[in-house]
Design a protein. Structure first.
Length: 237
């Protein structure tokens, strides 16, 4: 499966140093010398087309999906941390971008028609970035259908089931054996589906795509969900 993401910082615009004029003297004996007022500092304007994408992010498998895609596409971006342990996902500012109070989300200042656009839901973001860049999301309809199948498989199955397994195994205030067994076993089944799929191919849907990016973070956390990657050699590779 693909490697984990690397977060790249984007430098903000620098402030220009104000220029101060030299004092002027007048020849009259009665007049006092005057000094010109310094010009105020001005911020260098950055063309909207060169502004970075804002990634509202926290380091989870869902957040990793988008940072991987941005890195792979070579798109400039800045990270806006959303600390879910402190409830920052419920702030009015974030809810205006992601009404379901879930990260990740992005704000692209150079969206369709050159106008800003915000996108929430990790699968929708991956598809949007794939269309925007023409990378890792094929234009051929048959190939795109294959990618969509595995992307939605992750969104509707692997992600939710793995999240529940992680919750009941690690964070639930009381241990509920039925819930732990149910979700641990379902993750095991889903890992088996991926392992079988990858036995005869390098990636889930033809070439390396957003489908692989969507799944890799959950595979990295296999141990947290009660899974032994040694049982899934094609995932482990």
């Amino acid at each position: 499966m693909p490697r984990s993401p690397r977060i790249r910082a984007v430098k903000s615009a620098k402030l220009l140093t104000p220029k101060v004029a030299r004092p002027k003297r007048v020849t009259s004996n009665s007049a006092k010398p005057t000094r010109a007022k310094p010009k105020p500092a001005t911020r260098k304007s950055v063309p909207q087309s060169k502004l970075p994408i804002e990634l509202y992010y926290w380091p989870t498998p869902n957040g990793w999906k988008i940072s991987i895609m941005l890195e792979e596409c070579g798109l400039p971006y800045v990270v806006r941390p959303v600390d879910i342990s402190k409830g920052e996902q419920f702030s009015p500012q974030f809810l205006a971008i992601s009404p379901n109070d879930r990260m990740p989300a992005i704000l692209d200042p150079n969206g369709p028609g050159g106008r800003p656009i915000s996108v929430f839901e990790s699968g929708a973001i991956l598809q949007y970035l794939g269309r925007k860049t023409g990378q890792f999301y094929p234009r051929d309809e048959r190939a795109r259908v294959a990618v969509d199948e595995w992307l939605f498989w992750q969104m509707g199955g692997l992600g939710p089931m793995a999240g529940q397994a992680n919750h009941f195994r690690r964070y639930a205030p009381e241990k509920i054996a039925y819930a732990i067994d149910r979700y641990t076993n379902e993750v095991n089944r889903l890992f088996g589906v991926m392992n079988t799929r990858l036995a005869t191919r390098e990636f889930l849907a033809g070439r390396y795509s957003i489908a692989d990016m969507a799944c890799v973070g959950w595979v990295r956390l296999a141990e947290r969900m009660g899974q032994e990657l040694a049982q899934f050699p094609h995932l482990k590779r």
